[in-house]
Design a protein around this ligand. Structure first.
Ligand code: FES
Ligand code: FES
Length: 219
């Protein structure tokens, strides 16, 4: 097998540099006909919004919205319903700032389209409690100082509420050793179950204290 067959790079008269230049030029040029021969209109068509009606319940109130089908649930909540308690951190499922409850289960609202929630019941931090009548988890976060800047807090609280629901329902996690026994909220379980919620301020120990306190009251 000669060098050219082994490497896939033409040898001999064509130098490596010439090959790379030719390849790059080919990539650039290959993009041109797409624009020249009408692909641009396809692209423009793809960008045109397709609107659809979606209705769901948020914090006990029915809403019907007409949305671009690409609208995430997070943007529907923040931009259309003005429920800005739910935060946008990474917008790609990495930080948990956008956590809300859908039918009691926690979801990253940045990773799901609003149209996928037709008929669903969504709860955001605004629906858990109010400043005058806080949810026990909200009150525990305040009491235990479970936040600094507060940006991650709505997501942390929604997640924490869901975690206690998971424990109560006997749902095991990745670190549950005995799948036949009811899981307990020990430190390992808490860390694992809350691992999708990042706190840039590092308020983790106080967050854990708040959740443990509420868990102690409800177990
Ligand atoms: Fe959704 Fe970060 S904003 S996970
Ligand atoms: Fe600031 Fe968690 S309190 S990011």
């Amino acid at each position: 097998m000669d060098e050219s067959e082994k490497s896939g790079v033409p040898q001999g008269d064509v130098t490596r540099r010439q090959f790379l230049i030719a390849g790059t030029a080919g990539m650039v040029l290959s993009g041109l006909p797409r624009t020249v021969y009408g692909q641009s209109s396809t692209a423009a068509h793809a960008l045109a919004p397709v609107l659809t009606k979606v209705s769901f319940t948020v914090n006990g109130k029915n809403h019907e919205l007409e949305l671009d089908t690409r609208t995430t649930l997070l943007d529907a909540l923040r931009e259309h319903l003005k429920l800005t308690g739910t935060k946008k951190g990474c917008d790609q499922g990495q930080c948990g700032a956008c956590t809300v409850l859908s039918g009691g289960r926690r979801i990253n609202s940045c990773l799901t389209l609003a149209v996928m929630h037709q008929g669903d019941s969504i709860t955001t931090i605004e629906g858990l409690g109010t400043p005058d009548k806080m949810h026990p988890m909200q009150a525990a976060f305040v009491k235990c100082d479970g936040y600094q800047c507060g940006y991650c807090t709505p997501g942390q609280i929604c997640s924490a509420v869901a975690v206690l629901g998971e424990i109560k329902a006997g749902i095991p996690s990745h670190v549950t050793a005995d799948l036949t026994a009811a899981p307990e909220l020990n430190a390992a379980e808490l860390r694992e179950r809350m691992s999708g919620n990042i706190c840039r301020c590092g308020a983790y120990s106080n967050i854990a204290e708040a959740i443990t306190e509420v868990a102690g009251r409800t177990q």
